[in-house]
Design a protein around this ligand. Structure first.
Ligand code: GDP
Length: 436
């Protein structure tokens, strides 16, 4: 699980340029693979081998100028609650503004690492101008120029040093699955949890989570043992109103990163929109197991083809990762609540599945022989053997002579074969070509 770094600040100080610079390289590859372009405010970055999640808060502020201030305040409060470190960006061209002072006032009380970053400092004169930001009372600052990246190296050196110790997701024997219930506000997440656990009578133990504010609560229901990953917000709603989209994303990031399987609750009576896709993508991007729960199914007028058509429509929105279970539930009538948990356990098992090297080679090599990678630039790729890597989630290495010549399309073909042969429903899998 990686640390979360939030970028806060007024609009137009250069937050998104900075954000894009940090996530660009990696995310561009991810998106090229999926063929999707998106408006991104969340990404993963790494520096000196430390991976962290980055959230750009600015993208969530909508509306006229006068609503900005209130919105930014809310976002800063959330960032303080949820992130492990905060980057507060200001713009040397504008000097210290009233809004900067407001944000600084909130940040001065914080015990988490806060980095004041003065942007657009691209010459000596501006370096001198930057001293006025000492007035914000946040101590030392970093100067950078997002546009060309100068100064970001020093900033990142200090940032990763300040992040909490990394907890590796471990491969444990007989571990209890960790489920996170995620989704948009009002999709029915709390209702689902209530339907599942009733009056919390079924709580076995309350173990303090490994992160500050996430709590794993262990349950035993329907003969299944599992932990529900709870963030402070799921059980007791925060002071901040939950209708803020940024809020649900911020909460989801934490919950998703902490879970093995995400139960994505969707309101059947509302359109399946970009915000749901974003949460789905977050889970997929973090290589978590996913079960989609179409909730409030009791409210949907049904005929014999409803579920089929609805399912087809949703899969279209989930492309290219469509090998995902979709369950139609009602938290109100408790319809298929059991099925939801049973499926989540199946997905967990799929995610922890280990296939022996000998078996992989016996089944896959003949398939590859039959349909080898197409020649590229006149070169023939020979895949010699296949191995599942000892990672917490399924990753497969295909050892071959010319890994760089294997195209995405062929990797997709291999992934589909792995899915057909071994059932990885609900689980993102990775296929790598390695030199041998
Ligand atoms: P959350 O914000 O995702 O936790 O959503 P809530 O659990 O608070 O539910 C939002 C609203 O939807 C509440 O008024 C619930 O009573 C209602 N609701 C939740 N699940 C269902 C369901 O399966 N059927 C119907 N008819 N209403 C539901």
């Amino acid at each position: 699980m990686s640390s979360i770094v939030a970028i806060v600040g007024r609009p137009n100080v250069g937050k998104s340029t900075f954000f894009n610079r940090l996530i660009q390289r990696r995310e561009a590859i991810v998106d090229a693979v999926s063929g999707v372009t998106r408006d991104r405010h969340y990404g993963k970055s790494d520096w000196n081998g430390r991976e962290f999640s980055l959230i750009d808060t600015g993208g969530y502020v909508k509306g006229s100028d006068d609503v900005f201030e209130a919105e930014i305040d809310k976002q800063v409060v959330l960032a303080i609650e949820e992130a492990d470190a905060i980057i507060f960006m200001v713009n040397v061209e504008d000097g210290v503004t009233g809004m900067d002072e407001d944000v600084a006032r909130l940040l001065r009380k914080v015990t988490k690492p806060v980095f004041l970053v003065v942007n657009k400092v691209d010459n000596g004169k501006r370096e001198e101008d930057a001293v006025e930001f000492y007035n914000l009372g946040l101590g030392e600052y970093h100067t950078i120029a997002s546009i060309n990246g100068s100064g970001t190296g020093d900033l990142l050196d200090d940032l990763v040093k300040a992040l909490p110790e990394e907890e590796e997701e471990e491969v444990e024997e007989d571990a209890i699955p960790r489920f996170a219930v995620v989704g948009r506000p009002n999709a029915g997440k709390s209702s689902f949890i209530n339907a599942l656990i009733g009056e919390e009578r079924y709580i076995v133990t309350d173990i303090a989570g490994t992160t500050r504010d996430a709590i794993d609560t262990k349950y035993n229901r329907f003969g299944f043992e599992f932990n529900l990953v709870d963030t402070a917000g799921i059980r007791k709603k925060s002071k901040v109103k939950e209708d803020l989209e940024f809020y649900s994303v911020m909460r989801s990031v934490r919950a998703i990163e902490h879970a093995d399987v995400c139960l994505l609750v969707v309101d059947a009576t509302r359109t399946f929109d970009g915000q749901i896709q974003n949460i789905f993508w977050l889970a997929q991007r973090n290589r978590k197991g996913i079960v989609v729960l179409i909730n409030k199914w009791d409210l949907v007028e049904k005929d014999h083809k409803s579920t089929n058509e609805y399912e087809k429509h949703i899969k279209k929105q989930l492309e290219p990762f469509t090998d995902v279970p979709i369950i139609f539930i009602s938290a109100l009538t408790k319809q298929r609540i059991f099925k939801a948990i049973e499926t989540a356990v199946e997905v967990y098992n799929n995610r922890t599945k280990r296939i022996k090297t000998s078996e992989l080679n016996e089944t896959l090599l003949p398939i590859i022989d039959n349909y080898p990678p197409p020649a590229y630039k006149g070169k023939f790729v020979k895949i010699k053997y296949i191995m599942q890597l000892p990672t917490p989630q399924p990753q497969f290495a295909f050892f071959c002579n010319l890994p760089q010549y294997v195209r995405e399309g062929y990797k997709r073909y291999l992934e589909n074969k792995l899915r057909e042969l071994y059932d990885f429903k609900g689980v993102p899998i990775s296929v790598y070509m390695r030199k041998k």
